[in-house]
Structures are given as structure tokens and as C-alpha cells.
Write a protein that binds this ligand. Structure first.
Ligand code: NAI
Ligand code: MG
Length: 374
């Protein structure tokens, strides 16, 4: 019996198409060797879509994204589009996908590959074997709350400059519960451990966050080990002893900062995958988009220098979280680990000792070869 999955591939701009070509090799390998069948459609996003259609995302592509099992995106943007009107900037395509698919749970793993442990800003013995997953709420909180704006503060003579800037942290119980459910579901596929972070000591929205996460736990996921931590302490603990964590769930603002900090514990931007998940569809799979954390890297685009691993590991996340192929995902991660252990490096992974970097395509080929050897 074959397992069939629909995929929308949106390579985008700059190095996006270069790294995506390597992911396609990996997808083809799983199709040929693991009895999975992929129903793949390709589309344009970002500047590539603007060049062809005058918009960073067409309605047709948006409709398609809503019905596939997973969207795989490369990267968007580039200097060529910097002067475009805000409404048609490449980033708008990405934002439209996230918004209309309502992708409220952003997953950012921080996983330390042994061969790259010396790339970390922390000591090898602190980060070796690190494997944590930060779940950041992505569609609400202070980046979206009303009221917001910059206003004149004329009636306050003591305010030098006479202006006030306002943003509002606002969370509904429903918004907290749904991202908490995502975190608990993910924890059950990992080590059954969740740490929730907020600032319940100084923010009412933090008190609500803590109460609602606890409620979801007590009523729906009592089997998962749940702890709570103030986010500032969380930042310290991430740097002091990151391996104490497994799944971390937190709000949009704290998640933005904590996920970037955690990512750097493990090294290069070219290695970092991500996923954004929404509500379960009729087939039980969540709406989902997978993409590397990095951008379109115009400084190296078109030169075959880009590291495809971030995009390949994003596909590993799709295998695990959209297709329920945990074993295949682990095999792919192990193949990456093996290639790195063999000393294969793209230019971004070269240490001060130097060496000869491999091209984007060679890195992809080596990973596929390692899959075949497993
Ligand atoms: P960037 O992530 O594209 O590049 C930052 C630095 O990291 C560059 O020196 C680049 O060469 C290097 N780098 C990034 N990915 C790499 C990879 N896979 N392999 C080897 N080296 C890699 O961020 P930057 O330069 O700030 O933005 C460039 C463009 O990308 C801009 O137009 C920006 O708006 C867009 N962007 C798009 C994102 C997305 O599509 N999700 C995210 C971030 C930026
Ligand atoms: Mg950020």
C-alpha cells in the first residue's frame, strides 16, 4: 500500500530555487525507495510571482495552498524588489500564506549536530546532543493587538518630543488553547515534556496564558509533563543549560526572541528549518507550511554556494508533522548528520581551518547517497 501526499512547492527567489532543487532530489528518493507517493505541484511566490503576474502571490496559488497536505517554501525577496510598493513586495506573498492559512503555531527546532558543535557560541559539552523545539504563537499577541500606533502626546508637557508609541499585548483564551494543543501534540511525538514561558509575574496576558495552558494540560493532555517558567529566566536557562528543555511553548514576542537565540546555540543560518502549522484539516493533518529560516541570500545567489540543509531539514519536518513519517524524518536527519560527520561542508560551514567547500548540488547528492546507505 502506498502513502500519498500532496505538496505545493514554492521555490521563490534568490537561493530559494537552488536549495529547493536539492529537496526535490530527496523527495524523489523517498518516492522511489520508501513506497511514498507525492502529488507535487509547483508555483511562484515573492519576486518570481511578481515578475510573472504582477503580484507576490496569485489567488490560484493561494487556493492551492489551502488544500494540499503541505506547502514547501524556499525564500523570497532580493534587492531587485526593494523599491516596489509595500503592497506588492515579495514578503507580502509569504505573509498572505501565513495569514489566510491561519498558521498560528510556528515551530523552530534547535538541534545540534555533533560535527558542528564547535560552531556554537557555547561550549561543546553544553550543546552536544541538544534537540529542542520552540513553538511560537504566530498570529496574535503584541504584533497584532489594538490599539496601536504613534500619536501626539500634546497634553503632557513633561513628555520631551511630545509623542507616544503604543502596542497592545492581547490574547484570547481560544488563541492560547489552540497553540497549547499544538505544543502538547508535538510533545507526545517527542519526549512528552512541555515548558510554557510567559511573564505572569508582571503581565495579565501572561496570567491568562499560564492558566489556559494549564487548563488544556489538565483536561486534554494530563500525560504530558508540563512546567511553567518566566520568559526572562527561560532566556537565561537556554544559554546556561539548554538541554533541560524539550518542547517550549510561548507567545509571539517572546517566541521571536527565544527562537532566534536558541537557533544560534546550534550554529549556521544555513542549517535552520522551520514549520508553521494551523488547524487540523478534514483528513486530520494540520494546515502546514515548511521553510528554511534563512532568506534569499542575494550575495551568494546563482553561484551554487548555498547550503541546502535548512530546506532539506524543513522537508524532514514535513515528513514528521504532516505525513506522520517519523522514521523517514529521523533517517533523513541521520543522513545529514552522517554527511557532516564525513566532513562535507558548504562554504558557510567552513571553519577557520579552511578546506574545500562543496556546491549546493554536491551537498544534496551526498545526502541522498547517505540515505541509500542507511
Ligand atoms: P539572508 O538569510 O538571506 O542572508 C543572511 C546571510 O546568511 C547572507 O550572508 C547569506 O549569504 C547567508 N545565508 C543565508 N542562507 C544561507 C544558506 N542557505 N547557505 C549559505 N549562506 C546562507 O538574510 P538577508 O541578507 O537579511 O536578506 C536577504 C533577502 O532575503 C532580503 O530580501 C530579505 O527580505 C529576504 N528574507 C526572506 C526571508 C524569507 O523568505 N523567509 C527571511 C529573511 C530574509
Ligand atoms: Mg526574528
Amino acid at each position: 500500500m502506498s502513502d500519498s501526499y500532496s505538496l505545493l512547492i514554492l521555490p521563490g527567489d534568490g537561493i530559494g530555487p537552488e536549495v529547493m532543487a536539492e529537496v526535490v532530489k530527496v523527495i524523489d528518493w523517498f518516492g522511489a525507495n520508501r513506497g511514498m507517493s507525492f502529488d507535487i505541484s509547483e508555483g511562484l511566490v515573492g519576486g518570481a510571482s511578481y515578475d510573472a503576474h504582477g503580484t507576490p502571490l496569485t489567488d490560484e496559488t493561494m487556493v492551492k495552498a489551502q488544500v494540499v497536505d503541505a506547502v514547501l517554501l524556499g525564500a523570497v525577496g532580493g534587492p531587485k524588489y526593494d523599491l516596489l510598493d509595500f503592497s506588492v513586495k515579495p514578503e507580502r506573498g509569504l505573509l498572505r500564506l501565513r495569514k489566510e492559512m491561519d498558521l498560528y503555531a510556528n515551530l523552530r527546532p534547535a538541534q545540534c549536530f555533533d560535527a558542528l558543535a564547535d560552531f556554537s557560541s557555547l561550549k561543546r559539552e553544553v550543546v552536544a546532543g541538544l534537540d529542542i523545539l520552540i513553538v511560537r504563537e504566530l498570529t496574535s499577541g503584541v504584533y497584532f493587538g489594538e490599539p496601536r500606533g504613534i500619536h501626539s502626546d500634546d497634553n503632557n508637557p513633561d513628555n520631551e518630543g511630545g509623542r507616544v508609541g503604543i502596542n497592545t499585548q492581547r490574547y484570547t483564551s481560544g488563541e492560547i488553547r489552540r497553540v497549547a494543543r499544538s505544543a502538547f501534540e508535538l510533545a507526545r511525538r517527542r519526549n512528552n515534556k512541555v515548558c510554557s514561558m510567559e511573564k505572569a509575574n508582571v503581565m495579565e496576558s501572561g496570567i491568562l496564558w499560564r492558566e489556559e495552558v494549564q487548563w488544556v494540560h489538565d483536561n486534554e493532555y494530563p500525560d504530558v509533563d508540563l512546567t511553567h517558567m518566566y520568559a526572562d529566566n527561560g532566556a537565561m536557562q537556554l544559554v546556561r543549560n539548554p538541554r533541560q528543555f524539550d518542547v517550549i511553548v510561548t507567545d509571539n514576542l517572546f517566541g521571536d526572541l527565544l527562537s532566534d537565540a536558541a537557533a544560534m546555540l546550534t550554529g549556521s543560518l544555513g542549517m535552520l528549518p522551520s514549520a508553521s502549522l494551523g488547524a487540523p484539516m478534514a483528513n486530520g493533518r494540520p494546515k502546514a507550511m515548511y521553510e528554511p529560516v534563512h532568506g534569499s541570500a542575494p550575495d551568494i545567489a546563482g553561484q551554487g554556494k548555498a547550503n541546502p540543509i535548512a530546506c532539506i531539514l524543513s522537508f524532514a519536518m514535513a515528513l514528521r508533522y504532516s505525513f506522520d513519517q517519523g522514521q523517514a524524518a529521523s533517517d533523513l536527519e541521520r543522513a545529514v548528520e552522517k554527511v557532516l560527520a564525513d566532513g562535507v561542508r558548504t562554504a558557510d560551514l567552513m571553519g577557520p581551518e579552511g578546506g574545500t567547500p562543496v556546491s549546493t548540488a554536491e551537498m544534496g547528492d551526498r545526502i541522498v547517497a547517505a540515505l541509500s546507505q542507511a
